[in-house]
Design a protein around this ligand. Structure first.
Ligand code: EZ4
Ligand code: CO
Length: 402
């Protein structure tokens, strides 16, 4: 069997997505997500100009060899563009292999380690009472885990606050939006916010929070400590993860569990954090960290240290990524939780899928492959529309991490 052709499908059903379709000479095809929020076209060019020509004529069964070929063969290693492109190929090849076997992908990954995939949803509000109500909404939908974010008094914009109720979409059309951030205002507010959430809803569900890379190590230590009475499932991205020693300092001060990795693209980005047990959850995803093949290696390393998985699952990760992630989640022994931000109805229509939500869990379904398809005719109706993630500045204008 041979790979006959492969091409990228770029579509914007409310937000931009890049999908790689790999077609074999027997007509069976596979899909992989290649979306890199705000940098979509660079992955398209990488695939079209440099990867696809090398795939034609290869045996699609050779998943590991093709992965090594694209990784080592490029000479230039790692990076979000390269790794998203490799991920798209890898995901599409696993999809093909599972379709040919007539099995849902999780069966090829060792079968089910659990019956369903616990997911968390995003509850957010402009102020405490709106956010507390949003948590009610998610608990009412059956969620066992909820991420809570609220607007910070004195700041006009805050990370994680949705425009709609179920869909939080940070990317905006046109050039990057500028937002103002104040760590001082946030630090005083955040423990009071979580006290209010627990006071209203109790402790019988998992509560998560995303700090979104905004603190210094000592500030993050303070926040983690101040949130201990609210017993969080995790505090996400407390500091920018380039400086991984920061986590040692945070760990010395707090037992609030830590999750990091949504911007990582390789096992080498997380190796030290995992081996030194500086994190509790690793958030690497299928699309940004080299596909199913590479994510399994990260999970296997993490398993040795009782670090569990908690893959990124924001709206900029397409349903193709979500479908593939669910097979991974179902199969790995050290699964922790899966982020699940619902896509809009427009997006779901472009990507017909077999996964389904019930009482706080997602189920990948039993269709052969990863179970997510693309309606190319419908996709063609939504042309690419440039959008960027915001940037953040301190109140005096200093550029900081968004
Ligand atoms: O800002 O996916 O935990 N989720 C997040 C996301 C990220 C976006 C970036 O593209 O932090 O909302
Ligand atoms: Co995050």
């Amino acid at each position: 069997m041979k790979i006959e052709r492969a091409y990228c499908i770029v579509t914007c059903p409310g937000r931009n997505f890049v999908t790689l379709k790999v077609v074999t000479d027997q007509g069976v095809y596979g899909l992989g997500d290649a979306t890199l929020n705000g940098r979509e076209k660079s992955v398209v060019a990488y695939l079209q100009d440099h990867v696809i020509p090398c795939l034609i004529g290869r045996d699609p069964h050779q998943i590991e060899d093709i992965w090594q070929y694209l990784y080592k063969g490029a000479y230039w290693r790692r990076g979000p563009v390269t790794m998203s492109a490799i991920a798209a190929v890898d995901t599409a090849l696993w999809d093909i292999k599972a379709k040919l076997a007539g099995l849902p992908l999780y069966q090829l990954l060792g079968g089910k380690s659990r019956s369903g995939v616990m997911v968390y949803g995003h509850a957010n509000g402009r102020d405490v009472s709106e956010a507390v109500d949003a948590v009610s909404h998610y608990l009412g939908l059956g969620y066992k885990a909820v991420r809570a974010q609220a607007g910070v008094p004195g700041l006009d914009t805050a990370y994680g606050i949705a425009k709609g109720k179920l869909f939080y979409e940070p990317a905006t059309k046109g050039l990057p939006e500028e937002q103002i951030w104040s760590t001082e205002k946030y630090i005083d507010f955040i423990p009071r916010f979580f006290e209010a959430v627990r006071a209203k809803h109790g402790f019988d569900f998992h509560l998560l929070h995303d700090v979104h890379h905004r603190l210094t190590p000592i500030e993050a230590a303070r926040v983690g400590k101040s949130l201990e009475p609210s017993r969080l499932f995790w505090m996400e991205d407390p500091t920018p993860a380039e400086n991984q020693d920061a986590l040692r300092l945070i760990r010395q001060h707090t037992v609030t569990p830590i999750a990091i990795g949504e911007v990582f693209n390789s096992i080498h980005d997380c190796r030290e954090l995992i081996q030194n047990q500086l994190i509790d959850y690793i958030r690497t995803t299928v699309v940004h960290a080299g596909g199913i093949s590479h994510l399994r290696k990260i999970a296997a390393l993490a398993e040795l240290y009782q670090v569990r998985t908690g893959s990124h699952g924001a709206t900029d990760l397409s349903p193709v990524c979500m479908g593939a992630a669910l097979h991974f989640d179902l199969s790995v022994p050290n699964f922790g939780i899966q982020e699940y931000m619902r896509h809009t109805d427009e997006t779901d229509a472009v990507f017909p899928h077999h996964y389904s939500f019930d009482q706080g869990f997602l189920y990948p379904g039993d269709a052969p492959g990863h179970g997510v398809d693309i309606d190319e005719k419908l996709a063609a109706k939504y042309p690419y529309d440039p959008a960027y993630l915001p940037i953040a500045r301190l109140e005096d204008g200093t550029l900081c991490s968004w």
